[in-house]
Design a protein around this ligand. Structure first.
Ligand code: PGA
Length: 239
């Protein structure tokens, strides 16, 4: 089942997404959340932190798994997704550090780190609610166009265009060239998926993902087959 909710503004999108996550935590205090990085979820995290500070949401029993991480960045590197999560959610709530998981991009044996991540998700009982963004080319996490649908956590080489776009964040020139990412099969196993898309730049990808043919060219199009997908979008040109 697919629900599409049109938000009036980015703030409206963020509050609606935070409401759905909050409802999940209220209904199942020990739930497993799948989390995303990027610019779109920032407002959602800000709202969740605000509600936590008002004592309206309790993360003490929640477990989280993030979608992806750069290979070669230490968790404390300011550009790592782990740092992003600490700054925007983990350190600002009562999530227990041992319950917050981000793939280990610094593992000596990356293949083993991928297997361990899959195993940790299984051991936690699987993901109850996965928060997802969408790229303007239809990617989800680091599953770019052409990615195989049947993968769990795996290593990907970043595209030259992504490396170039990221280079501004890495003045020393050490721009990550690989990432460790949940694959599409693993993402599809989440019991619920919450996809958020903001800005006219996402409009075409979102339309193709939701209404076009299911194709590896638009990785997010596989979400049409998910039994419990909620999309919150704010992609009109004029608002
Ligand atoms: P964004 O990224 O939220 O920064 O637009 C979304 C994505 O690329 O998955």
């Amino acid at each position: 089942m697919m629900r599409i909710i049109k938000a009036k503004s980015y703030q409206d999108l963020s509050r609606k997404a935070a409401n759905i996550i909050s409802a999940q935590v209220i209904l199942k205090p020990n739930c497993v959340l799948g989390l995303a990085t990027g610019s779109t979820p920032l407002g959602t995290y800000r709202q969740l932190v605000e509600w936590y500070r008002k004592d309206d949401i309790d993360f003490s029993k929640v477990t989280t798994f993030n979608l992806d991480e750069y290979v070669g960045l230490r968790p404390d590197d300011p550009q790592s997704y782990y740092s992003y999560m600490r700054q925007n959610l983990f350190d600002l709530t009562n999530l227990r550090p041992g319950s917050c998981h981000v793939p280990d991009g610094c593992a000596v044996d990356l293949a083993a780190a991928c297997r361990d991540y899959d195993a940790a998700i299984s051991e936690a009982g699987g993901i109850d609610l996965q928060l997802l963004g969408i790229g303007s080319n239809g990617h989800i996490a680091f599953n770019e166009p052409g990615a195989a649908f049947e993968k769990d956590t795996h290593i990907v080489s970043l595209r030259e265009s992504t490396i170039a776009a990221n280079s501004r964040f890495f003045p020393d020139g050490c721009v990550p060239r690989q990432a460790i990412t949940m694959g599409i099969r693993l993402i599809m196993q989440a019991r619920k998926i919450l996809l958020i898309a903001d800005g006219p730049g996402k409009r075409n990808a979102l339309h193709r993902a939701l209404y076009g043919p299911i194709s590896a060219e638009i990785p997010a199009s596989i979400l049409q087959l998910h039994p419990d997908l909620t999309v919150i979008c704010h992609v009109k040109e004029d608002d």
